[in-house]
Design a protein around this ligand. Structure first.
Ligand code: FES
Length: 185
């Protein structure tokens, strides 16, 4: 039952004092936020820096069938020098059998070189290359997280991944011995 007794907390003085404290705290928080946001923004790379960041990869030592993994903007880039047999195999796949139908020709600049971003399009794991994964004589990439298989064109063949491995911007320089990732051809 209410006694009607006044306490220190519910007097008019206490109420005004609380209001002043709360207001001061709110202004301090807003002020701190206003300072922190520009500070964090100043730590981000400028848009033109991001847009111009490129990586040069020496591919002169790769023989047909070899592949390497490079890094670009924090992502693995799979570069594979494909054999004639692999090129023939990936180009023989009927598009209607592909989950994300794309011709191999539309994904490469030169038939023997494949360059793709090595991040699984299901949940972002990093697939690994496996010999004869798709069929005899055709290597591919297996994402061990949930079993997605990508062919020697980086296209999704089976498993839960919905899309092909993306192709980054790249161009060949130095008499085709170096691939520059991040620059359009
Ligand atoms: S993340 Fe690759 S299959 Fe799930």
């Amino acid at each position: 039952m209410a006694t009607g007794k006044k306490t220190a907390e519910n007097t008019p003085q206490a109420t005004r004092r609380d209001f002043i404290h709360i207001s001061a705290g709110a202004f301090a928080a807003v002020g701190a936020g206003a300072v922190v946001v520009p500070f964090i923004q100043s730590m981000n790379p400028a848009d033109d820096t991001l847009a111009s960041s490129t990586v040069d990869v020496d591919v002169s030592k790769l023989n047909p069938g070899d592949s390497i993994v490079s890094m670009w903007r924090g992502k693995p880039i799979f570069i594979k020098r494909r054999t004639d047999e692999e090129v023939k195999e990936v180009r023989a796949w009927p598009l209607k059998d592909l989950k994300d139908p794309q011709t191999d020709e539309s994904r490469v600049q030169k038939p023997d070189w494949l360059v793709v971003i090595g991040v699984c399009t299901h949940l972002g794991c990093i697939p690994t290359q496996r010999k004869n994964l798709i069929q005899q004589g055709e290597d591919g990439w297996l994402c061990a997280c949930h079993g997605s298989k990508y062919d020697a064109s980086g296209r999704i063949i089976s498993g839960p991944a919905p899309l092909n491995l993306p192709v980054p911007a790249y161009t060949f320089i130095n008499d085709n011995k170096v691939i520059r990732i991040g620059e359009k051809a």
